[in-house]
Design a binder for this molecule. Structure first.
Ligand code: ADP
Length: 381
C-alpha cells in the first residue's frame, strides 16, 4: 500500500479514541452514529457505484448507484465475488486508479474508471469506487467522427478548387506517353535495328504511366472517406507524397517548389491522409499567396528536435496580414472566393495528433507556416 492511499483513508472509518467517562462514551457513540448517517447519505447520492469487498474478495455492501450501473438490484450484488464484476487483474494488482471493463451479472460489459482503497482496522475491507465511462467514450467517439467528417469535407472542398490544376497534372504524363509511343512506332518502322533505343523509350513511357497512376491513386485516397487510422510514417515521406497534389496550381502561378531540408529520423504516429491534407492546404495557400509576387519560391523543410518532428512551409508571397494568430479561426479569409476553413481544419487535425501549428513572417518576405507532431517513440503507448 503506498503512502498516498493511506493518507486519504476516510476519516469516517476510523474507530473513536478511548473514552474516559460514560457521558463521553455516550457522546462518542452519538458522534459515531451521526458520522455513519452522514457517510450513508453521501454514498447513496453518489453517481459512482461503491462496492465494499471483504478479505475473501466477496461484495459485502453496495450503494444505490451500484444497482443502477450493474443493471440489477443492489441486493443481487451482495455475496458475489468482486472478480466476476470488476477487471480481475486490476483488483489483483491493487492499482489505486485504473481503467478497464466491468461485467454485469447479465454478462454485458461497460468501460469504467476504478478507484480502490482499503479500510484500516481489524476486518480489512477494500472499497471499490466505479465510474461508468460509457457516455464519456460515446462523446469521444462522436467528437472523433465529427472531426473526421470535417476533415473529409475539407478534402472535398480542396479537391473542388484544385480540380482544373489536377486534370492538367494528370494530363502531362499521358501526353508524354503518347509522344513516346509515337516515337517508338516511328523507330520500329524506320530503324528497327535500334532496339536499345526503342527499349529505352518504352521504359520511359512505362515510367510516365506509373506516375499518372500514382497521382490518380493519391487522389483517390485523398477523397475516400475512410476511417482515421494512425500508423508510423516518416513526415518527409508524407511531404513527398502530398507534393504531387500540393504543387498542382503552382505551375500556373509560376512558382518553384523545392524540398530544402529533410530530417533523418522523423517518424510520427499519424493518419496519413489527414496529415497530407494539412500539407496540401499549406502548399495551396502558399502558392496562392505568391500569385503575382516578384519572387515565387515555395520551400518545404522537415526537422526533428525535442521529441517532435516539424515541417516548415516557407513562401515569398504577400505575407501575413494580421500577425497570423487569427488565421486559424474558422471563416477567416482575405480571399474573394475563400471559405476560410482550410487552416482551421488543419489546426484541428494537427492538435488531434498532439501537435501544434502556427504562422510567422518569413525574414525573406512572405510567410512561414509550421506544424509539429510528436515523434513516434513519444506518441506510441
Ligand atoms: P482560405 O484559403 O479559404 O482563405 P484558409 O483557412 O486556408 O482559408 O486561410 C485563411 C487566410 O489565411 C487566407 O484567406 C489568407 O489571408 C491567410 N493565409 C493563409 N496562408 C497564407 C500564406 N501562405 N501567406 C499569407 N496569408 C496566408
Amino acid at each position: 500500500m503506498d503512502q498516498s492511499s493511506s493518507d486519504s483513508r476516510a476519516e469516517l472509518h476510523e474507530a473513536p479514541a478511548p473514552l474516559r467517562s460514560s457521558r463521553r462514551a455516550a457522546a462518542g457513540a452519538d458522534d459515531l452514529r451521526r458520522a455513519e448517517a452522514r457517510l450513508e447519505a453521501v454514498l447513496e447520492c453518489l453517481a459512482d457505484a461503491v462496492l465494499s469487498i471483504d478479505e475473501k474478495g466477496v461484495v459485502v455492501a453496495v450503494n444505490a448507484a451500484a444497482g443502477t450501473l450493474f443493471c440489477c438490484s443492489g441486493a443481487a450484488l451482495l455475496g458475489v465475488e468482486a472478480a466476476t464484476l470488476l477487471p480481475e487483474s486490476r483488483l489483483a494488482a491493487g492499482d489505486r486508479r485504473s481503467h478497464g471493463l466491468a461485467r454485469r451479472p447479465d454478462g454485458s460489459t461497460f468501460p469504467i474508471a476504478l478507484t480502490l482503497n482499503e479500510t484500516r482496522g481489524d476486518s480489512r475491507l477494500r472499497i471499490a469506487v466505479i465510474r461508468d465511462l460509457t457516455e464519456q467514450r460515446a462523446g469521444e467517439a462522436l467528437l472523433c467522427e465529427l472531426r473526421a467528417e470535417l476533415a473529409y469535407a475539407g478534402r472535398l472542398a480542396a479537391m473542388g478548387e484544385l480540380a482544373a490544376a489536377l486534370a492538367h497534372e494528370i494530363n502531362q504524363p499521358f501526353s508524354a506517353i503518347a509522344t513516346y509511343v509515337r516515337t517508338a512506332r516511328w523507330l520500329l518502322q524506320r530503324k528497327p535495328k535500334q532496339t536499345a533505343e526503342i527499349e529505352d523509350i518504352l521504359d520511359k513511357a512505362g515510367a510516365q504511366a506509373m506516375r499518372a497512376g500514382d497521382i490518380v491513386r493519391r487522389l483517390r485516397e485523398f477523397v475516400t472517406r475512410g476511417e482515421s487510422v494512425k500508423t508510423v510514417q516518416s513526415l518527409s515521406t508524407l511531404v513527398e507524397e502530398a507534393k504531387s497534389l500540393g504543387v498542382a496550381g503552382a505551375r500556373h502561378v509560376g512558382a518553384q517548389v523545392c524540398v530544402a531540408a529533410k530530417a533523418e529520423h522523423d517518424e510520427v504516429l499519424a493518419d496519413r491522409v489527414q496529415i497530407q491534407q494539412v500539407i496540401v492546404n499549406l502548399m495551396r495557400n502558399a502558392v496562392e499567396a505568391m500569385d503575382g509576387a516578384a519572387r515565387r519560391e515555395l520551400s518545404l523543410s522537415t526537422s526533428a528536435a525535442d521529441g517532435f518532428a516539424r515541417l516548415d512551409v516557407a513562401d515569398t508571397g504577400h505575407g501575413l496580414k494580421d500577425g497570423g494568430g487569427a488565421l486559424f479561426e474558422p471563416f477567416r479569409s482575405t480571399k474573394a472566393t475563400g471559405m476560410g476553413i482550410g487552416l482551421s481544419i488543419s489546426r484541428s487535425i494537427v492538435e488531434a495528433h498532439g501537435g501544434r501549428i502556427w504562422a510567422e513572417p518569413n525574414p525573406q518576405g512572405g510567410a512561414i507556416f509550421s506544424f509539429t507532431l510528436p515523434l513516434a517513440e513519444r506518441a506510441s503507448p
